[in-house]
Ligand binder design. Sequence first.
Ligand SMILES: Nc1ncnc2c1ncn2[C@@H]1O[C@H](COP(=O)(O)OP(=O)(O)OP(=O)(O)O)[C@@H](O)[C@H]1O
Length: 239
Amino acid sequence: MFIVELLRVESLSAGYGNMTIIHEVSFSVEKGEIFSVIGPNGSGKSTLLKALFGLARTFSGYIFFNGKEITNFPPHERVKNGLGYLPQTGNVFEGLTVRENLLLAGYEYSNGELDERLESVQEFLPDVKRLMDRKALTLSGGERQMVALAMVLLKNPIMLMFDEPTAALAPKIAEEVFGRIVKLNREYGLTVLLVEQNTRRALELAERALLLVSGSVKFFGSADELLNHRDLLSLYLGL
Ligand SMILES: Nc1ncnc2c1ncn2[C@@H]1O[C@H](COP(=O)(O)OP(=O)(O)OP(=O)(O)O)[C@@H](O)[C@H]1O
């Protein structure tokens, strides 16, 4: 198979204020793969995603996405270039209905385009249809996650970054979320960058992975290899 590098991160250092949280992180994500970022609590996984999306402060290094250097692009420019990001929380407007949330997410589309995008998103997430007139506030965690996903998919991303999409979800609902991520990848060709607390599931789903510890890369390579690397997993993740 012809391998295309979609995201390349070179020696990226980033954080908040004058505090560096991730240190000279380098890795790449290939087009069409599921790529997992794992690591202990507080190791900088969320900060890495925020830096990739332009929400954390980048001190040095480079980010290339889909053939372009995007290191200093503001978030909306990254979205235009095909990057999607599903944060852990705060991803829906609680006081608005699901329909209003979706309309807001698609505000840049013309009416015709928006209808088309809404239809294709609802084809993938048919359950969103019955939630349309509900206030986001009244949704369960799983439903909220689904609506947030619909809002991101509306923008037609090439690569989608999930920040702990199963956090605080019951195991059965978490499995549904994983199933949806795999389906997006296999059937819709979406490249996935997954930050996940459930290390085993994250490594089973992914082709390749990154282990981040105290903001530094401890492993970058095959997810299978990391899954079988007992020393690394027990040392850093207590597995
Ligand atoms: N907005 C912020 N301002 C300052 N420091 C922050 C901010 N957000 C996170 N941090 C700090 O950055 C470090 C890394 O946090 P981050 O959330 O990136 O880790 P994580 O690996 O995603 O953790 P977890 O698995 O627990 O979600 C922590 O020490 C955290 O306190």
